[in-house]
Every structure is written in C-alpha cells, then in structure tokens.
Design a protein around this ligand. Structure first.
Ligand SMILES: O=C(O)CCC(=O)C(=O)O
Length: 299
C-alpha cells in the first residue's frame, strides 16, 4: 500500500515525510489481536446504545458536519465522545487514545514533544443504517474558499494530527493524494460534491488493526456501505500552539462540557500523567478561545 519497499539501501521516508508528501500515512497492525477483540466488543456496546437512542452524542444521517441532532431514527454513522465519563468502557477507549502507539507517531508528525500535546477528539465511525456518502471536502476550509484562501490555510502549520484506527477492514475514506499541498483544480472545484471518480482519488485501504494518520485538509470524502461492518476509531490530538480556528474545530464537538469529569485513574502511571497534562492543556485552550461557534452549521 503506502509503505514502499526500499531495496536500494536508501532510508525509507519517516511517517512525517510520507504524510507531508501524500497527505496520509498508514502504519500497519498497531493493535494486537486481544486489543482488537476488546475494542470491538466495547464499540459494539457503544453502537448498540447509540442506535437505541440511549447515547445522545451521535453522527446522524444525512448530516455531514456538527452539530448533529441526538435522535437516531434517521440512522447514524458515528458515535461521539468515547472518553465521556458516562460512556460504557470509557476507560478502555481512553487507554487506546493515550497509548504510546498513538502518541509517538503523533509527536513525530506534528514535530513536537510530549509536553506540547493537547487532548482533542475521540469518536467512532460506524456502518450507517443505509448507504451514505459525504461530499468532497477539506475539514476546515469551506468549499466556497477562493484558491488564494485555500493556499493561505494549507500553507499554515496544521498544529494537530488526526487518525483513523480500523477495527475491521475499512476502505470508506477516499482521498486525493497530494491535494493538501495545493488549491483545488478547476475540475475539483466544479465537480459534483458526490463525484465518484475525481482524477487521482484513491480509497485509503486499511486492514483491521491498521492506523492511518491524515491531513484533515486533504480533499476527501466518505463512501459508506450499510452492508459492510465498520468500526473505526477516529481521533485527533493537537499542539498547544494551536490557534482559535483549531479550538473551534475541536470544541464545536462539545468536549468542553465534560472533559473535566474524565476519570484517568485506571490508566497506568505514565499514561495517567500524560492524560492529565493533555487534558489540562485542552481546558486552557478552551478558556482562551471563548465562544468558538460551528464551522459549517448548515451542511
Ligand atoms: O469516514 C471517514 O473516515 C472520514 C470522515 C470525514 O471525512 C469527516 O468526519 O469529515
């Protein structure tokens, strides 16, 4: 897939190099079989609760961006706030968010130290109740942006890393490699938002247990098949230098309301310390950012 064979003695590119070239990087098999089994069972429980209307933080069909209603009757495609203190198995989710297998690549990708990292989002993307597709988008550049506005944003540092950690084989994320480094072409700009064959697009194919880190401003979309099991943990972590736009992207999901109630006491020593410090930095970011609003309220 994205890992290439380097047989000529040259050093393979780092995760950060690959991500900066392609807009994403796949790290295979980060979860052991027992981690996979435990997380699948926890995600099954979370999804059942959400589909039964007993978990209000959900991604509902046919809405692409937050805020989402809490009524699951039109179907769901995601379960939000896995680290919320009321979420069953939140301790297991929290451990999988702060584990070194995630924070080490994140540090390399952002180019920072542990003491710079900020807790952000941890959600679950699931098989929708009927087939469903997201429009082509960049997560924090509106479709209306001019090429100059796109480039201005794309040329700024991201100050965060975002990942998909697949618990089942997953090819529902479609991206245009390299599109995080340039403005949209005329063809991309004028394409149908649900265009099925944009030039250069590729499914980001993951096997169960793989993680993909991606630039959330790569041109991408989701194409979901209700018949194919999907349980993909969807997380992000930030840098303490993130600006107000980043705070808006994180806090629009409502994390600020419950983050101070997360219980990190079940985490092992160094994970607990890491989690407490990263939470503290998120609370600080929320305090200085004030009322951040929503990115795309009407989509
Ligand atoms: O389903 C995915 O992996 C992508 C989701 C997505 O594009 C989004 O949440 O903006």
């Amino acid at each position: 897939m994205f890992t290439e064979a380097y047989t000529n003695g040259t050093k393979p590119p780092s995760f950060a190099d690959t991500l900066s070239r392609d807009g994403y990087v796949l790290i295979p098999s980060v979860l052991s079989q027992s981690e996979l089994t435990a997380l699948r069972s926890a995600c099954n429980e979370a999804t059942a609760l959400a589909r039964a209307g007993k978990w209000p933080y959900i991604r509902t069909l046919p809405k692409q961006f937050p805020p989402w209603p809490s009524d699951p009757s039109s179907g769901i495609w995601g379960v939000q706030h896995l680290m919320h203190p009321s979420m069953p198995n939140s301790a297991l989710f929290t451990k999988s968010y702060f584990m070194d297998k995630i924070t080490e690549p994140v540090k390399e990708i952002i180019g920072c130290e542990q003491e710079d990292l900020v807790m952000e989002l941890y959600n679950l993307l699931v098989r929708p109740d009927k087939d469903f597709e997201l429009k082509w988008h960049r997560d924090d550049i509106p479709a209306m942006a001019t090429p100059e506005e796109e480039l201005e944003r794309l040329n700024k540092p991201a100050w965060h890393a975002q990942w998909n950690l697949a618990l089942y084989d997953d090819k529902s994320l479609i991206a245009v490699p390299g599109s995080h480094r340039r403005a949209r072409t005329d063809a991309e700009r004028n394409a149908d938002p649900f265009e099925r064959s944009l030039e250069g697009q590729r499914p980001v194919e993951m096997r169960a247990g793989d993680v993909v880190f991606y630039n959330n401003n790569i041109l991408h979309r989701g194409v979901y098949d209700h018949d194919v099991e999907r349980m993909t943990l969807h997380g992000s972590m930030g840098h303490r230098k993130a600006n107000k736009e980043r705070a808006r992207n994180v806090l629009q999901h409502g994390v600020g309301i419950w983050v101070d109630q997360c219980d990190f006491s079940t985490l092992d020593g160094h994970l607990q310390e890491k989690a407490e410090a990263m939470r503290k930095r998120l609370v600080e970011l929320g305090t200085v950012s004030g009322d951040v609003g929503f990115f795309a309220e009407n989509e």
